[in-house]
Write a protein that binds this ligand. Sequence first.
Ligand code: HEM
Length: 279
Amino acid sequence: MFVTNLFAGLSADISPSIMQGYIILMIVLVMGGTILDMIHKKSAKYFFANAEKAKKSAKREVGGGEKVAIATSVLVKEVLTSGEFDNPRRRLSHLLTMWGTVIFIVTTVIMIFGYPTTETPTPAIIPQLWHVGALMLAVGGYWFWFAIRVDVSAEGLPWFRVERADLFILSLLATSTFALLWSYMGGGAKNVYFVLFVLSNTVLFGGVYWSKFAHMFFKPAAAFQKKITRADGSRENLPPEYDLTDPEVQRKFPDIPMYMGKNPPNMGLCIKAERAKHY
Ligand code: HEM
């Protein structure tokens, strides 16, 4: 079951060029949805205006080499290893969801374009990876949905409460679940799970404008810009991270030694003092 290219099996009923056209349509929908999202939220306009503003309060210029180093660190930390997540459960769930989606999409494209019919035998590893990707996405996604998302884990809301912002995660979950059920039921075009799989895929890629899909493009840009503001000293107008034991800092803020003594402890971020449980 895990070694069959289900898309080649479809080619008797659906022409490979229709399947390839569908993939291209999904790419166009993602691009269109992301552009519309940027126009609607004015996010690109705000992003560049903010970057210009930050430049004005920069304390030093960040050179080209340093920018390349920052971009590499964003790629390695924030993008490839979900390093923005402090909470290990959220990080692991995001890694499973993200890498599961990437593996699932890439292997789908390889099968539909590279091995469109049963005449060109598909190396077993590709459908195997397709199943692994779908499974990773399902495990990470259901874990997020039932236990990790803030609505459930901190706000005390029931897991079945749905709102528009959930379109992304729910369409991801539906896509992976119906893909696995379609495979389990033997594949083929005359299979109710195939219809549901195509429907949920279309919602996932067609719903970019209304969902959180585009965060995968915006978040890396935001992480890069944040690191630039730390490197050039503008810090988004935030105060520096003071060392409260520094005599210079104590001279500037005399109430620190007055109330906390000459050697105040570092109490960390207040937000981390206690887990949210006030509901
Ligand atoms: C295939 C790629 C990706 C998938 C499938 C994916 C999936 C998800 C999902 C399901 C969520 C939870 C959304 C929700 O609250 O409903 C999420 C949140 C998040 N993702 Fe991704 N993601 C991807 C790529 C990325 C990339 C490249 C980055 C960063 C560089 C990133 C950073 C984040 C962050 C920081 C959050 C938390 C957002 C928040 O709580 O507001 N993601 N992602």
